[in-house]
Design a protein around this ligand. Structure first.
Ligand SMILES: [Fe+2]
Length: 569
């Protein structure tokens, strides 16, 4: 990827040429503009997840200042802020006149060959007229993954897209604070519905708010098409997804409305256009994508997550409004398809209130969760369905009494608080934590691939140690914890060793896994005038006599051994 910019375009990256068809027969006239400010000519710069950690897709708009239809995308390893790196790669991208956003070109690009879990910066434009600098971190390639999912923003619902945009931005800021690998939105990004003449300009104002959120300048995006977007052609202008399938595409919304998939960490994601009720096409897509995932990634894929707009197991008043028949067909056939492809989790939206179903076997609830621990062990064939609530507070439907009594409902939240769900994935666990933008806890649930009740963290590197007076000592240096389900686990330490005064100090290290099993290790730190010595480095036989004497005295004083002790709770 890296290279030195020499004034020539470096075509080391894959360029995805634009395939947007411009339907406008008449080129609109330019609006008069004042002093030219280059950065203002670029809008909605968004990095979309690529097929995996090696790829990123890009989408942006540029004001039609000139007749230029080609721009440069520059990309380099680096952190946001400061001067754009002199060493970078550069690709040329052709744009097409936007149908939806008058007087703007829309650009799409895809860059491959990226390093996993690495920070990059990017900008677009032409020499002397560059956009702002945006950034992203590539997806992880290993076991750990954290991402955030948000339900319908539906910007414009209140007739004021600016205030809706502010609410969306606030929620997204709270979600971005957990440093997610990417943002997944569950559809109905905007309110404007249908394909009438007035719809596109209004929806563009709404899209400007949606993709204008500052958090999207630094975190990759993945999206799901909703029912409010399916009739408008500008869905395909605004999105740039990887591994797109012809299956599931709606002709009104264009190629970007098709089902697609990608891999992040040890998870394969399958994204469906649930506006298309012909479930045969989704079944075909899932089968092909799952096979492609197995071929390309093998045993790396441990979890399979599906995402779509419509909820199969829902609880809002939409249930009352449209009845069971609106969803019955999708529920029957898609649940069977998800089971056939070994899907673990299905994320949906559309209801504007949060609903977690029981673990489902097909369409049958299997309420075997450990509600005290808010978790379930996931046997083959069971799936967790979670419907995400509003991310802006817009159009909050109430809980339908009929649905409340439905046997599949495990948890519901009908508050209007804008909310998001943080999803943490490890080798054997997947945890969902749903909170309001203000920090109120809404729901928490974890699914495990195996029984976690007897799995405790192991703490390493906390052996007793001797330190010379005045020597530096970091109590967490070299200390780590892990277990067989979650892998690496955070360790905390209580107590302090005063290295300015001889003596023996006790530190307590604690590691707790997601299930709540906790391990503690006691460590003695002996501060001695005789110089530093470590039991882990050379063994006690090599300790200076002074270390041994102080350690032995400390052990006697406490009435026990000075060796480490493991306490499981
Ligand atoms: Fe919807």
């Amino acid at each position: 990827m890296k290279g030195t910019y020499s004034g020539f375009r470096r075509l080391t990256c894959m360029i995805a040429a634009l395939a947007i068809v411009c339907a406008l027969a008449v080129v609109p006239s330019l609006s008069p503009r004042g002093a030219y400010a280059a950065a203002e000519d670029y809008a909605m710069m968004t990095a979309f997840v690529g097929a995996d950690e090696t790829q990123m897709n890009f989408n942006w708009y540029s004001f039609r200042r000139t007749t230029e239809q080609e721009q440069l995308l520059q990309i380099a390893e680096g952190e946001a802020g400061g001067v754009f790196p002199g060493e970078h790669d550069e690709i040329a991208v052709a744009g097409a006149l936007s149908e939806g956003k008058v007087n703007y070109y829309v650009f799409k690009a895809s860059v491959s060959g990226l390093k996993a879990d690495t920070q990059y910066v990017w900008r677009v434009g032409t020499a002397g007229a560059w956009s702002e600098t945006c950034s992203f971190r590539t997806l992880p390639s290993g076991e750990g993954l954290r991402f955030v999912a948000l339900g319908d923003a539906q910007i414009g619902t209140n007739g004021d897209e600016v205030s809706d945009g502010a609410a969306w931005q606030d929620t997204l800021d709270a979600a971005a604070a957990v440093s997610p690998a990417f943002v997944l939105h569950m559809g109905d990004e905007v309110e404007s519905f249908g394909s009438g003449a007035a719809t596109l300009p209004q929806s563009e104002r709404e899209y400007e708010q949606f993709f204008g959120a500052r958090a999207l300048r630094g975190v990759p995006f993945a999206g799901v098409i909703g029912n409010h977007e399916v009739s408008k052609s500008n869905w395909s202008e605004h999105h740039n997804f990887p591994n797109l399938s012809g299956n599931g595409a709606s002709s009104s919304a264009g190629a970007q409305s098709g089902d697609y998939w990608f891999v992040a960490g040890n998870v394969q994601f399958f994204v469906l256009n649930s506006n298309v009720k012909d479930d045969g096409v989704h079944a075909a897509f899932l089968a092909e994508a799952a096979e492609a995932g197995r071929e390309a990634y093998g045993d790396r894929i441990v979890w399979r997550v599906a995402a779509m707009h419509h909820s199969l197991f829902r609880g809002s008043t939409l249930y009352e409004q449209y009845g069971e028949e609106d969803i019955a067909q999708r529920r029957q056939s898609l649940s069977a398809t998800f089971t056939a492809q070994d899907i673990d989790l299905v994320l949906t939206g559309h209801e504007h209130i949060y609903t977690r179903a029981h673990m489902m076997r097909g369409t049958q609830p299997v309420p075997a969760e450990d509600e005290k621990r808010h978790c379930s062990v996931l046997p083959d064939g069971e799936i967790l369905y979670v419907t995400l609530g509003t991310s802006t507070g817009n159009k909050v439907f109430g809980v339908c009494p009929e649905a409340e009594d439905a046997p599949y409902i495990a948890a519901m939240y009908d508050g209007a608080a804008p909310q998001f769900t943080e999803i943490t994935v490890r080798s054997g666990m997947l945890k969902l934590s749903t909170r309001s933008a203000a920090g109120e806890e809404i729901d928490e649930f974890t699914i495990y691939k195996e029984d976690p009740s007897a799995v405790y963290p192991q703490i390493a590197g906390a052996e007793d140690i001797a330190v010379g007076i005045g020597e530096a000592f970091d109590p967490l240096a070299g200390v780590s914890a892990a277990d067989a389900i979650e892998g690496e686990i955070a360790v905390s330490v209580e107590g302090e060793a005063d290295t300015s005064a001889a003596g023996t100090y006790e530190l307590i290290y604690t590691a707790e896994n997601t299930y709540g099993n906790r391990t503690q290790v006691r460590r003695l730190v002996t501060v001695t005038e005789g110089g530093g010595c470590s039991s882990s480095a050379a063994g006690e036989a090599a300790w200076p006599a002074a270390c041994m004497a102080v350690a032995a005295a400390a052990a006697l004083k406490k009435g026990g051994s000075a060796r480490r002790k493991i306490i499981n709770k």
